[in-house]
Ligand binder design. Structure first.
Ligand SMILES: Cc1cc2nc3c(=O)[nH]c(=O)nc-3n(C[C@H](O)[C@H](O)[C@H](O)COP(=O)(O)O)c2cc1C
Length: 336
């Protein structure tokens, strides 16, 4: 069973069908290298490398690391394909120049990424939360979907995996689907395969890895959080985002006020207001991952409730494999 090979393994050139999900301000070089060493796909948001020259440096370092070490994992980049991402065009050009092997696109129109990556055999998986966006991405030639389901960390989708994945499989039988949202152990991963997924994308579980440099308070808050401690807030980016319901989150509330909502919708103010809101949200997030911060907005998904301990990335991946094997055995006896 551990020789499990899916289309994701082929596309991403990895050994085990798991993606370490891109996480703004959390994904870092040590985590991606651990993913490469341990046979999975490590993806980071290009926006984690915003300063001039940084993205190019990390990309050449990862390319060298992978090619020199005889590793069975790989790396990829997450691009936010939206007008409010002022660095999008610049980052895309750098990624194409460095021939990044794998992309995850979020929001917006992934056309340029798909066309660019396909010139050298790179693969592009598009984040989708609904069928309409999936149809658009499929018509543009997406290689795969990341089905961002309810309960996910970050901008969670509205639909449960048990509905969205079978629907995507039915309408697009030739496009592999990766389940993102709510997977923190091997039991969940096994369930993803039973729905027809070609792999899983795991975010929240990896926030608590030893390699992550976020504050210990953030990691501890995930370990202590129960399922009802995760709430959706509009206060970070305007789009609902799942966070731990800290005292600070309770104090500032979850909804935008009347004026903010109006500016978010009005055609003349919309673009700039979204941009300002996102920049403010990015600043708040980066402050709260530092040690000693009191204004804590910590993004995490409902799978926090399943997480009980910190561990290295390598240990987390081994635990997934062992748990999945056990869950598989248990299922087997159930159907005997
Ligand atoms: C802290 C945090 C930051 C995230 N940042 C991004 C991001 O920059 N781009 C993106 O496409 N998804 C982002 N996500 C979503 C993840 O890539 C992934 O879809 C999600 O974490 C999967 O759900 P899970 O957390 O339940 O495993 C983020 C998630 C978290 C928890």
């Amino acid at each position: 069973m551990m020789n499990l090979k899916t289309t994701l393994c082929e596309h991403a050139k990895i050994d085990f069908p798991m993606i370490m999900a891109p996480m703004f301000l959390v994904s870092n070089e040590a985590m991606i290298k651990a993913a490469i060493r341990n046979g999975i796909m490590g993806v980071f948001p290009s926006l984690n490398y915003r300063n001039e020259g940084e993205l190019k440096i990390i990309l050449s370092e990862l390319k060298k690391f992978r090619s020199e070490g005889n590793h069975t994992g790989n790396y990829g980049v997450n691009l936010i394909v939206q007008q409010t991402n002022m660095l999008y065009k610049k980052h895309l050009a750098i990624c194409l120049e460095e021939q990044v092997p794998f992309f995850i696109t979020s929001l917006g129109n992934p056309k340029e990424v798909i066309e660019g990556a396909h010139t050298y055999g790179g693969k592009v998986y598009c984040d989708v939360t609904n069928m309409e966006h999936a149809r658009k991405c499929a018509s543009l030639g997406a290689d795969g979907f990341i089905a961002v389901c309810s309960g996910a960390g970050g901008h969670a989708g509205p639909h449960p995996a048990t509905v969205l994945i079978p629907l995507l499989r039915k309408e697009f039988p030739n496009i592999p689907v990766v389940l993102a949202g709510g997977i923190a152990d091997g039991q969940g991963m096994l369930a993803a395969f039973s729905l027809g997924a070609a792999g899983v994308s795991v975010g929240t579980r990896f926030i608590t890895c030893d390699e992550a440099t976020v504050s210990e308070d953030y990691k501890q808050a995930i370990i202590e959080a129960g399922i009802d401690d995760i709430v959706m807030t509009e206060r970070l980016s305007g789009t609902p985002c799942s966070v731990i319901n800290t005292d600070y989150v309770k104090r500032i509330g979850l909804k935008q006020n009347f004026l903010e909502r109006w500016m978010n919708k009005n055609s003349t103010t919309k673009k700039w207001f979204k941009l300002i809101t996102q920049l403010r949200g990015m600043k708040k997030l980066s402050e709260s991952i530092q040690p000693g911060s009191y204004q804590n907005i910590w993004s995490a998904g409902q799978s926090s409730a399943l997480i009980t301990h910190t561990a290295s990335c390598g240990q987390i991946i081994t635990e997934f494999k062992n748990e999945m094997a056990q869950a598989y055995q248990k299922l087997h006896t159930l159907f005997e």
